[in-house]
Design a protein around this ligand. Structure first.
Ligand code: ADP
Length: 253
């Protein structure tokens, strides 16, 4: 399932325009959404998951047009979302937490237990199904969040900064899980961690100045920005290319 944005514009009340004619197609697989702090990544994700209204331009999840009520309802069935911060009820077990998410997404009461076990298997948490969520580590909590977002088996999974605050080992586990989920889903991962994108995503979109300024693979980004001698030696080719792109956009503004 694809996500398509056409000429999308969005501004908060009394604020400047955050998205300014953004067009982008996100294909199946894992795509990274990169951009400087404040560039509008969370705003774009909020529009996509129907937390903010689409007022100008088009945004589609598959064939579901978010400008219409029926389109938004269809998109909610097709989407799973893990926000940057979420809370878990500490007394609930991992399995009950995910079963509840399945129920909240409209699954029948009898289907929820099996749906939860399926989702927990996808994030390697089957062994902890009967533990209370208050006993979990940060990385395990994050995987419960992903399982909850997967409980209704959506074709599109949206993750906002999924590795923020995790230690290196936990970050690796999350990357493994997300990479696996991308084999048969469209996964969009917003992050400011270039290493996450480089290790996880087959494609990247760079949001700056209200638009997607680059979309493609890492070799394409590196090739687009030729790597001269003035770049910082303290980074990978991809990091230097990204830094140059952002600097160029800043100089143009
Ligand atoms: P990012 O996720 O890339 O850091 P955001 O989408 O959070 O960017 O923010 C983009 C811009 O919109 C910033 O200038 C931010 O201050 C502004 N903004 C974000 N949320 C709100 C809000 N609820 N009301 C007004 N302005 C906001």
């Amino acid at each position: 399932m694809r996500v398509t944005a056409e000429d999308l514009e969005f501004g908060y009340r009394r604020g400047r325009r955050v998205l300014d004619g953004l067009s982008w197609t996100v294909e199946p697989g894992v795509t990274g959404l990169l951009g400087p702090n404040g560039s509008g990544k969370t705003t774009l994700l909020s529009l996509l998951v129907t937390l903010l209204p689409v007022r100008s331009g088009r945004l589609l999840v598959g064939d579901h047009d978010l400008a219409t009520a029926s389109g938004r309802a269809g998109a909610r069935r097709a989407l799973g979302f893990v926000p940057q911060r979420f809370s878990l009820a500490g007394e609930l077990t991992v399995a009950d937490t995910v079963a509840y998410a399945a129920w909240a997404h409209g699954l029948g009461r009898r289907e929820c237990g099996a749906a939860a076990l399926r989702a927990l298997d996808l994030v390697d948490l089957t062994d902890l199904a009967h533990h209370r969520t208050r006993t979990l580590s940060g990385g395990q909590r994050q995987r419960v969040g992903i399982a909850a977002a997967l409980a209704h088996d959506p074709g599109v999974l949206v993750l906002d900064e999924p590795t923020a605050g995790l230690d290196p080992g936990q970050r690796l586990r999350i990357r493994e899980v997300v990479a696996r989920l991308g084999r048969d889903r469209t996964v969009l991962v917003s992050t400011h961690l270039i290493e996450d994108v480089a290790h996880l995503c087959s494609r990247v979109g760079v949001l700056a100045g209200g638009r997607i300024e680059f979309h493609g693979t890492f070799p394409q980004l590196e090739a687009m920005i030729e790597d001269g001698s003035e770049g910082s030696p303290h980074g990978s080719g991809f990091e230097r290319a990204y830094d140059r792109l952002i600097t160029r956009i800043g100089e143009r503004a």
